[in-house]
Ligand binder design. Sequence first.
Ligand SMILES: NC(=O)c1ccc[n+]([C@@H]2O[C@H](COP(=O)([O-])OP(=O)(O)OC[C@H]3O[C@@H](n4cnc5c(N)ncnc54)[C@H](O)[C@@H]3O)[C@@H](O)[C@H]2O)c1
Length: 206
Amino acid sequence: MGEFDGRVALVTGGALGIGRGIVEEFAAAGAAVAIADVNADAAGALASELGRAGHRAIATVGDVASAADADRMVAETIAAFGRLDILVNNAGIHPAEWFFRVEDMPEDAWDRILDVNLKGIYLMAKAASPQIRRAGGGAIVNIASVQGLDAAHGPLVRGEQRRRPLAHAPDGARLCPGEHPRRRRLPRHDRHRHVPSRRAGCGRRH
Ligand SMILES: NC(=O)c1ccc[n+]([C@@H]2O[C@H](COP(=O)([O-])OP(=O)(O)OC[C@H]3O[C@@H](n4cnc5c(N)ncnc54)[C@H](O)[C@@H]3O)[C@@H](O)[C@H]2O)c1
């Protein structure tokens, strides 16, 4: 008996990397697995490999940043296995552009990162939630980087401010992280240090 016998898991970005490991673990624990990935060849190869090993797996090819693809990947999972219990939002991209100086970063790269890493989670959850509810409740697991902790408030703003200075350091340029003083319940006398407008000098070089 496996821990996930009778359960169905959909793993985005499940064809390669960490996602592949998650797919293999779910399969080994008895779940039927939908490998949802833009890479059709890798997803198909993994589904075949798991099938040969006696597991239930399908490849469902699509882009998590597309609402139509998200809906279709969930629909194909239901068509194959009849239910959906677990969604793992693992697909994520972190292209080298992320570490460019801000003026060198193409706008479309910025948009694509947010579309896949952020909007993709929303679109997949939106498509999967009714099915998970219909199955009696399950889980949605979002995989992120610890870098995301820096971006917990304001869409990626703090993460951006922590990371970007690395690229700008050779210029001697400084970017100043700021935080609303009420947010961290700082002692009143300490709050001014965390107001961006009062930190224009930043006090230290990154
Ligand atoms: N590798 C690390 O060190 C690391 C560290 C922290 C967090 N993470 C997070 O773990 C997750 C997986 O990382 P990884 O290193 O295994 O990545 P990877 O690049 O090795 O694999 C990503 C998989 O997602 C697929 N994919 C990419 N864009 C997609 C899209 N739009 N729609 C559907 N599938 C798509 C790719 O085809 C690939 O199979 C990401 O969310 C990443 O941010 C990774």
